[in-house]
Ligand binder design. Sequence first.
Ligand SMILES: [Fe+2]
Ligand SMILES: [Fe+2]
Length: 208
Amino acid sequence: MDHTYDIADTRAYLARMRDMLNVRMADDSHRLNHSLGVARTASELASTYGVDPFLAEAAGLIHDWDKVLTHEELLARAVQYNVSVAGSPSDAIALLHGPVAAVELPQLFGELPSCVFQAVARHTAGAVDMTDLDMVVFVADAIEPMRHGAYADELRALVGKVDLEHLFFSCFSQGISYVISTGRYLYPTAIDIYNHYALSLAHRKGTV
Ligand SMILES: [Fe+2]
Ligand SMILES: [Fe+2]
């Protein structure tokens, strides 16, 4: 996964990305503010956990780029791009805006390394081999300042107190608990991801 880039003025590049995001989300200030919040939070998490803050902020800005699309558009593009989903794509519409955007964004932001687009792809469903950047963006999506409630507060309290994998696992497992408690469809790979990180943390703690 490529993390290298040749962008001399990262502040100017981020400003251009924000300008493009403003146009993309002109009709939805809530989504725009969420994206700006995820970008800021991802940058802060990146500084805390030794990840490149520029790449984290860039990924945060564009993580919901394709959330402005309709369900029909997302489904059509997922089929067109051969986006691989477990189970039926129509059961996973809420997750498609990540991987669909990851196919399209390199054409708009070709100066960014591929790790940014992977983080965008993985912010919805996660993966068993999350990179640090993937985890930073995933967690930032859940704890940006506009997210309210005990769930977000508990995660915020962990920042800097536990390592990044632990923080991601707390975020991911709380997400699964929410999906189950509200009787929603659980994406099939969620169990594999949960178990992978549950075992990883247990091994590190020496409880397995
Ligand atoms: Fe999203
Ligand atoms: Fe989001």
